[in-house]
Design a protein around this ligand. Sequence first.
Ligand SMILES: C[S@@+](CC[C@H](N)C(=O)[O-])C[C@H]1O[C@@H](n2cnc3c(N)ncnc32)[C@H](O)[C@@H]1O
Length: 249
Amino acid sequence: MELISWKDRFPKDGRVFETENGILYNADCLDILPQIPKKSVDLILTDPPYGIGSDEKNGIDYKDEFYDVDKVSKLFYDILKNNARAYVFTAQKTFIQVANGFTNSGFHLHQTLIWHKKNLIGGSKKRMYDFTSSYEQILNLHKGSPKPLKKEGLIDVLEYPQPQSNYTKDRRCHIHQKPYRLIEFLVYVSTQENDIILDPFAGSGTIAVAAERLGRRWIAVEIQPGYCTIAKERIKYYASIKPLFGFGG
Ligand SMILES: C[S@@+](CC[C@H](N)C(=O)[O-])C[C@H]1O[C@@H](n2cnc3c(N)ncnc32)[C@H](O)[C@@H]1O
């Protein structure tokens, strides 16, 4: 008799890599999300395109195009279990649009967390007409009343260096790659083992790597085949490296 896996409830087409804990799709998330069962996911943690930059440096044909916030946020609301949370990264210039889109879809904007890129103070360009940006915002969105976080007294400013291409540990292979330790921290404090985490804008797969390492289940979607290859290699490589904080900036 064949055992039914948790993965059987999720779409079959578009899968390019799987582990016992997760599925990576090479697809447009607007095709995959409507096929995901309603109220099936414990946490959405995602870093959608900000609509800035290209990625020639990593040899990927990628132009960052802003996403359909209204459509995506409605799909997120349906897919997320009741009394669960979603963390969504935003750029400063799109913050209001993203916050409005998600709250219009039913989410409560509970908090805005700050990722302070402590290695970028000063930036590479001299700016005379405004302030150099050294942070990004992460919306902490609630559907109902989520379970408490795993630790007390956490602070809403999270300081982690941005990955760089010359780092030997958390090396940058995606223009908008997020620090592994930041992502791991959010996953750790917000979920339990075997919870299902969704990242429909996976890039180089940082969220899937953290989920895999922490024994969470994960669904990741990435439209760009080159990034899928990078994500797959990172998940395979980093999942096997011990101890837990064996790499970082
Ligand atoms: C900001 S990046 C994510 C970076 C990721 N957090 C990391 O650490 O590598 C956003 C990603 O979303 C992907 N993307 C854009 N539109 C998409 C769509 N409709 N479906 C799936 N992926 C999409 C882009 O190719 C890009 O890799």
